[in-house]
Design a binder for this molecule. Structure first.
Ligand SMILES: NC(=O)c1ccc[n+]([C@@H]2O[C@H](COP(=O)([O-])OP(=O)(O)OC[C@H]3O[C@@H](n4cnc5c(N)ncnc54)[C@H](OP(=O)(O)O)[C@@H]3O)[C@@H](O)[C@H]2O)c1
Length: 226
């Protein structure tokens, strides 16, 4: 398996890259906006800003042995409907978390199909199903990315491409540095996700928070406060 991991310079992406090397992946392309920031032994560093779609055609041509993509890059910005710049912030988060995932997947789908079969795994979140004050941009982006993932699966499944959605609650990375509560280790999340992907899982609910968020989304919407 030859794998491309986006956002692989730190956080969960770097944990995915090292776990893949340890698991004996044939080749791991660790992509980052600044490829010099890649420190993981055993990977090939490549430059990729997922919002720069002009880079992608050339990259897909160059990395023509890829059989698996992990769309890990993501950003979180606190946003509220009351913020003057709410539309701009949501747009910018969607550009990375939704359109970046779409653009990378669209560029590498022909490569994966040409190589026989493979996997596209999208790093989503328990937040795909959650709503809360301040979380507008991120939650909208992950809910939309979940729909993107489901629609990709509908098209790519019949072509032999496994499309896996990975959901997790709080993970101990820069993104959640300000959150004081209990967090999952990036190592545990990447290992749980990679084991499930290897077994053919189309959805990975890494922790109880994800299970609860998904289950709660099937309950009736609460009544309007009196
Ligand atoms: N942390 C959590 O609690 C949590 C929970 C569930 C899901 N997730 C998801 O897990 C994924 C990884 O997040 P993390 O926790 O590892 O966050 P992180 O530590 O903030 O790392 C985010 C990564 O995404 C990269 N990135 C951001 N914008 C990019 C762009 N335009 N092009 C390429 N790379 C870009 C960053 O690169 P730079 O260094 O260049 O900024 C960095 O490598 C995200 O999709 C996130 O939504 C996180």
């Amino acid at each position: 398996m030859t794998v491309l991991v986006t956002g692989a310079n730190r956080g969960l992406g770097s944990a995915f890259a090292s776990a893949l090397v340890e698991r004996g992946a044939m080749k791991v392309y660790a992509a980052a906006r600044d490829p010099e920031a890649i420190r993981t032994p055993g990977v090939t560093a490549v430059g990729l800003d997922v919002t720069d779609h002009t880079q992608l055609a050339g990259l897909a041509e160059r990395l023509s042995d890829v059989t698996m993509v992990i769309n890990n890059s993501g950003i979180h910005r606190r946003t509220s409907l009351f913020d003057d710049d709410a539309v701009d912030v949501v747009e910018s988060v969607l550009r990375t978390n939704l359109l970046g995932t779409l653009a990378v997947s669209a560029a590498f789908t022909p490569v994966i199909i040409a190589n026989g079969a493979g996997v596209i795994a999208n790093m989503l979140s328990a937040g795909s199903w959650l709503a809360g004050p301040g979380n507008l941009a991120y939650a909208v982006s992950k809910a939309a990315a979940l729909s993107l993932t489901n629609n990709m699966r509908a098209e790519l499944g019949p072509k032999g491409v496994q499309v896996t959605a990975i959901h997790a609650g709080f993970i101990d990375t820069d993104m959640m540095a300000a959150f004081p509560g209990a967090k999952l280790s990036p190592r545990d999340v990447s290992n749980a996700a990679l084991s499930a992907i290897a077994e053919g899982a189309q959805e990975v609910l890494v922790d109880e928070m994800s299970w609860r968020a998904k289950t709660a989304s099937a309950l009736p919407v609460p009544g309007f406060p009196a």
